[in-house]
Design a protein around this ligand. Structure first.
Ligand SMILES: *[C@@H]1O[C@H](CO)[C@@H](O)[C@H](O)[C@H]1NC(C)=O
Ligand SMILES: *[C@@H]1O[C@H](CO)[C@@H](O)[C@H](O)[C@H]1NC(C)=O
Ligand SMILES: *[C@@H]1O[C@H](CO)[C@@H](O)[C@H](O)[C@H]1NC(C)=O
Ligand SMILES: *[C@@H]1O[C@H](CO)[C@@H](O)[C@H](O)[C@H]1NC(C)=O
Ligand SMILES: *[C@@H]1O[C@H](CO)[C@@H](O)[C@H](O)[C@H]1NC(C)=O
Ligand SMILES: *[C@@H]1O[C@H](CO)[C@@H](O)[C@H](O)[C@H]1NC(C)=O
Ligand SMILES: *[C@@H]1O[C@H](CO)[C@@H](O)[C@H](O)[C@H]1NC(C)=O
Length: 353
């Protein structure tokens, strides 16, 4: 916080040109919404906001594990919602530090506004009294750019390479899942230069909304930036688009996403972590199906035996009246009973499934 305040105060004494140049590297931008309602000092909304912001940057809060912090505190009409998003390569500590710094800056700069939005170098943070989860918003926007110029004869080629790169990153980020929507890449520019780009959305947006948001930012480039600029960043509540001619993303600290679950229609890959749950499922199937089959077979056998015994009894009763025919018939019926059991055993493959 202290170094940030120092650099902010220091920047006021520098020329606007230098301010823009530095601000693409150590960004600190604030927007207080003056038309979304005010709260009074020490009101319920105020204490709810402070509670929410300190829990957001508390060491025990890791967000969704991929730099996304979404929470809410308090009850209507004083409920406060906050969403924080860290750059794809921000470490847990730098992310938390950035959110903390931005929260302090917001509450100091917007002491009574219910809604505010701010961006630091590695994160952005917004709070408000309305539910903003999954909602795509492109305003307010910050658009600082690098005033260093492209050599004018290279402008067309630079712009072409830049567009291709950013369109590609737009699709990649939007196509990512609900944990993180972030993509970074490079393109070759004239005079052996490299363009570094990144695109990121709030991960609670749909693919379509993410693509839409980044689309508006791509459209902003020719409107808000001079044709010759070599770098810029467009921060909106729902997405961030950036490009530079120097590396600003550290690929080494981009936490890998878990491998996506296999789609239901295609067979799952043989040895992933999802294999465990798959074999669990077939175990469950066996546990349920086998007893059912066995009981059905046993009921059938029981029924057969009952029928046999009844018939034999009847036969015996009728034969007992006739002399000489009793023993053989009893043995014969026992034999046929054994035969029936064996037949059933064979036909049911020893009572197995
Ligand atoms: C947040 O910033 C404040 C003021 O700079 C500091 O006192 C506090 O320790 C920070 N909290 C975290 C979790 O970094
Ligand atoms: C937010 O606050 C404003 C101003 O006080 C109010 O008009 C609006 O209804 C509030 N929104 C919600 C969702 O409570
Ligand atoms: C809220 O406060 C801001 C800044 O103090 C002021 O410009 C704005 O008019 C106020 N809004 C309302 C609705 O009172
Ligand atoms: C807000 O509360 C603090 C501490 O409880 C107190 O020092 C301060 O004077 C209060 N401010 C207002 C405007 O009531
Ligand atoms: C984000 O927070 C809102 C409000 O607390 C909640 O309704 C929503 O389910 C949360 N979403 C995620 C993905 O955490
Ligand atoms: C870049 O070009 C613009 C006009 O094209 C000019 O006004 C500006 O001074 C140039 N910046 C630098 C750093 O040369
Ligand atoms: C998701 O993001 C990664 C970078 O983290 C990127 O390489 C990949 O192509 C993206 N996925 C899709 C479907 O575009």
């Amino acid at each position: 916080m202290a170094p940030l305040m120092f650099s902010l105060r220091f920047l006021f004494f520098l020329s606007p040109v230098l301010f823009l140049m530095i601000s693409t590297q150590s960004l600190a931008q604030i927007s207080c919404s003056n038309d979304k309602g005010n709260y009074t000092t020490n009101s319920t909304y105020h204490t709810n906001l402070n509670t929410l912001l300190s829990s957001l940057s508390s060491p025990s809060n890791n967000g969704n594990g991929y730099g996304f912090y979404n929470s809410s505190y308090g009850e209507n009409p004083d409920q406060v919602y906050a969403i924080g998003l860290c750059r794809g390569d921000a470490t847990v500590d730098s992310c938390r530090g950035c959110l903390n710094d931005t929260a302090q800056l917001l509450t100091q700069s917007c002491p009574n506004q219910k809604e505010a939005f701010g961006a630091g170098d590695q994160c952005n943070l917004r709070y408000t009294n309305r539910s903003i989860h999954g909602v795509m918003e492109t305003s307010p926007a910050f658009r600082p750019y690098n005033v260093q110029n492209v050599t004018s004869s290279d402008v067309v080629e630079f712009d072409q390479e830049l567009r291709t790169l950013l369109e590609d990153l737009r699709g990649q980020a939007a196509g990512n899942g609900s944990l993180r929507k972030f993509a970074a890449g490079t393109a070759a520019a004239p005079r052996f230069q490299t363009i570094y780009g990144s695109a990121q959305c709030m991960p609670d947006l749909t693919e379509m909304l993410c693509s839409d948001c980044l689309g508006t930012s791509l459209g902003d480039i020719p409107i808000y930036f001079p044709a010759t600029q070599v770098g810029g960043i467009i921060v909106k509540p729902s997405c961030v688009l950036r490009y530079e001619i120097y590396r600003f993303i550290d690929p080494a600290t981009v936490r890998p996403l878990p491998s996506p679950p296999p789609p239901l229609s295609s067979p799952p890959p043989p040895s992933t972590s999802t294999g465990g749950s798959k074999s669990n499922r077939s175990q469950t199937v066996i546990i349920i199906v086998v007893p059912i089959v066995v009981s059905v077979v046993l009921i059938v056998i029981f029924f057969c035996i009952c029928l046999r015994v009844k018939r034999t009894k009847k036969k015996l009763e009728t034969r007992k009246l006739l002399p000489g025919g009793d023993d053989t018939d009893e043995i014969g019926s026992a034999e046929s009973l054994q035969f029936d059991l064996a037949t059933i055993r064979v036909s049911t493959d020893d009572f197995s499934e």
